[in-house]
Design a protein around this ligand. Structure first.
Ligand code: SAM
Length: 265
């Protein structure tokens, strides 16, 4: 007699929920910030059949929020992490062929291979590009400009630090963020390290974590060995150099910002 194999249901909703709570430890107004990204894209390119590319998509958090609001949009998420891509794959399945993924390192030149020039309406990113050094960022922004059509929009939501001349504002921002993290931790939010320790101990995600640990952290493979502090001014300069005519902040909470870049005035 053989023992029937009982497939453990994949607790995708619980993993996504815990990812969101963990990320909110570091991004105090994360949902509001997602809303600003979606509103910005919808206001600039509309929501009818648009094509969206998400850089460092993780488990597809921004993708699900965009596709829920834009029922005819299609989405491609790019990420290097096999664990987060596995979660994104599960979540994305609910959207059929509107949601696709590509496993790629944004620091390698081939990450955009096969994507046609001028074929995207919106390129978006949340809490991801700070992993990249200045040289890699410059390349990524140039590639994004080439992939966007002239009426398209680039939106990046991330911590973008104040210039050294505004060090008192940076200190204020750091203090507010530390207070927020302490409060959220008291309320039970997991830290980044705790979340990953739990993933390593999970039957389904554990083997993918081994794969991930072999390629992480991706920072040493950046052009300059380690990422410099992501400064707002650096991003603005690199986006202009990449061919964006308009670059400005549309939402801000201390050094957490939503930066928008338009190819044309
Ligand atoms: C903090 S997570 C944010 C994920 C998601 N955007 C969100 O807001 O929940 C940062 C993401 O950037 C991805 N990432 C970092 N460096 C990368 C690289 N060089 N190439 C591709 N993805 C990268 C990580 O794997 C991770 O999924």
């Amino acid at each position: 007699m053989t023992t029937p194999i009982v497939k453990t249901p994949y607790a995708i909703d619980a993993w996504i929920e815990s990812w969101d709570r963990q990320q909110e430890l570091y991004v105090a107004e994360r949902e509001q910030r997602f809303g600003v990204v979606v509103d910005t894209v919808a206001a600039i390119v509309g929501d009818n059949g648009i094509r969206i590319l998400d850089l460092g998509c993780g488990p597809g958090a921004l993708g699900t929020r965009m596709l829920d609001r834009m029922p005819t949009a299609t989405y491609i998420g790019v990420d290097i992490d096999p664990v987060l891509l596995r979660l994104a794959e599960e979540v994305g399945g609910r959207y059929g062929d509107r949601f696709t993924l590509r496993a790629a390192n944004l620091v390698s030149t081939g990450w955009a291979d096969g994507l046609a020039p001028q074929s995207f309406d919106a390129i978006v990113s949340t809490t991801a590009l700070h992993w990249l050094g200045a040289g890699a960022l410059s390349e990524v922004f140039r590639t994004c400009r080439a992939l966007l059509h002239d009426g398209g929009v680039f939106v990046n939501a991330d911590n973008l630090r104040y210039a050294p001349t505004a060090s008192r504002l940076q200190a204020l921002s750091d203090r507010i963020e530390a207070d927020h993290q302490q409060r959220a931790a008291t309320e039970g939010a997991q830290t980044w390290t705790e979340w990953w320790d739990r993933a390593r101990a999970d039957d389904a995600l554990g083997p993918l974590c081994v794969e991930r640990d072999a390629i992480y952290p991706p920072r040493p493979v950046t052009d300059d060995g380690d990422a410099p502090p992501p400064l707002l001014d650096l991003y603005i300069g690199l986006l202009h150099d990449a061919g964006f005519a308009v670059v400005d902040t549309v939402w801000q909470r201390f050094d957490d910002r939503v930066l928008v870049a338009l190819p044309q005035p």
